[in-house]
Design a protein around this ligand. Sequence first.
Ligand code: PMP
Length: 410
Amino acid sequence: MTMATKVEEAGFRPASRIAAIGVSKILQIGARANQMKREGHPVIILGAGEPDFDTPDNIKEAAKAAIDRGETKYTALDGTPELKKAVAEKFRRENGVDYALDEITIATGAKQILFNAFMASIDPGDEVIIPTPYWTSYSDIVEICGGVPVLVPCAAAAGFRLKAEQLEKAITPRTRWLLLNSPSNPSGTAYGEADYRPLLDVLLRHPHVWLMVDDMYEHIVYDGFRFVTPAAIEPRLRERTLTINGVSKAYAMTGWRIGYAGGPKAVIKAMAVIQSQATSCPSSVSQAASVEALNGPQGFLKERQESFRQRRDLVVAALNAIPGIDCRTPEGAFYTFAGCAGLIGKKTPSGKVIETDADFTDYLLQEAHVAVVPGSAFGLSPFFRISYATSEAELKEALQRIAQACARLA
Ligand code: PMP
């Protein structure tokens, strides 16, 4: 059920800007899985996009100290000077990009950064190129802002990466942004410098197109993958690149709601206009905690990365052992995006034909009591996403159940 039909039922007429947008499939599946859990079914949820680790203690302590110092008031509109300084140092130290303090903005999560950026730049009919599979919120936010998401399917055989020819073909005079996400939610695909280069060359030939990059999963990469961000690779594009990041995934701080971005002063200023009428500023306490996250010890990042890598290897191997399922090994993030083309057309024990990836994930929830998200939620089928940000014991149990459920398909 979409959000639109729900509110209409209650006698409320939703604004046209949200009429076509449903509540995210991920949230719907989560709600159904939780309902089944409440009814006593042993459901394992592999749908959540957040680390199962806790926020490190030094970060929590910094937040408590900020409260005790009385840092409980509104802060500067788009971030405290202390946090902007920590972000500038982070960009310099880890990414090799120099941003002045007025080229940095802080918001209530990277999601609000995206929202501010599109609200501040999109006129009705403006186009945003989004390679698929993509994180669901990208297209929904663009649509809420009156823009047109131009979805470009990226094949599994190409590692789910956008190719230069595809980008060239998708650009029109109405294109405002290309939005890239590396490592990617949902595919885990990451772009190395050699993957980025041909795309950046295309952008150099189209000066009206700006580049938005979502580096949220920067710190979750495997097998020695060298993370890079486009503003560092191509200084000529720095003046039309918005580099987005946040503390949610790296520091296990999803609930603190802090995201940030670096970019040219003009776009940063325009984003502040939106923020000033939406939230006035991000949470003061969360900003103090984020200063500690960025400036404090970083050693635990490697340990957590190693623990995620073990889980990734476990999940990829178990999935590829199931006939009909095909999973590439992702370079980063904590998701696998496996193909289930080999199971389409098969019959469940109750006689229902699996026609789509959503039929397959419904079957898994119903029969195996495992909640995963169909590729259709991310704009590419037939696939399904597993989030492996959960314990090895739970992952093993879930994968065993998935294998048994698949074996029952005829
Ligand atoms: N970008 C990507 C790719 C994500 O997966 C998420 C969270 N699911 C976000 C941005 C938003 O993160 P937050 O708002 O918590 O900073």
